[in-house]
Design a protein around this ligand. Structure first.
Ligand code: SF4
Length: 164
């Protein structure tokens, strides 16, 4: 059976980003996976109840793991606390992954929800720090391997090994 992959909706061209745009990726591998019916799309922030467009938000004083465990918050540029919506979206993304049996995810890099290898530092000045977004952290804590759009080839190698 072909492994299912949870994917950030914005990487498939859905205009769900905070600014109403997308992060569409032109990838032969992604197109192949889509044709094979492997991809399960989700936008955690929209699933969590946030609007399009919405104010940009960043994790303050920590990363997604610390948000999940109550030690950090997600605050918009206007100063509103949107932690609950981000946590709700992460839980819904995890439920969707589990419903479809996804053991892998490809999520958009640097997002406070989806980033798997660095997020912005909470100062809204485009400075990256180590850490994951909330959804990437929650999926990882539930043993789902998270890749980003620069790591699609790595995931393809991983699947080729598993399915050989
Ligand atoms: S929450 Fe994830 S899927 Fe939604 S726009 Fe942000 S990066 Fe894309």
């Amino acid at each position: 059976m072909k492994a299912k992959i949870l994917i950030s909706a914005c990487l498939l061209g859905d205009r769900v980003r905070y600014d109403g745009d997308d992060n569409g990726v032109d990838s032969v591998i992604l197109r192949q996976w889509q044709m094979e019916g492997r991809l399960v799309s989700v936008c955690p922030e929209v699933a969590g109840g946030l609007s399009i467009p919405r104010a940009p938000a960043e994790v303050q004083h920590g990363d997604g793991h610390q948000v999940i465990h109550g030690y950090a918050q997600i605050i918009t540029v206007a100063g509103d606390d949107v932690t609950k919506a981000f946590l709700r979206g992460a839980q819904l993304a995890l439920s969707r992954a589990n419903e479809h049996g996804c053991r892998f995810a490809v999520l958009a890099a640097r997002s406070p929800s989806c980033g798997n290898d660095g997020i912005y530092d909470g100062t809204f000045s485009h400075k990256l720090v180590a850490g994951m977004g909330v959804t990437a952290a929650l999926l990882t804590e539930h043993h789902i391997e998270v890749f980003n759009q620069s790591q699609i080839a790595q995931l393809a190698d991983r699947l080729a090994e598993l399915e050989a």
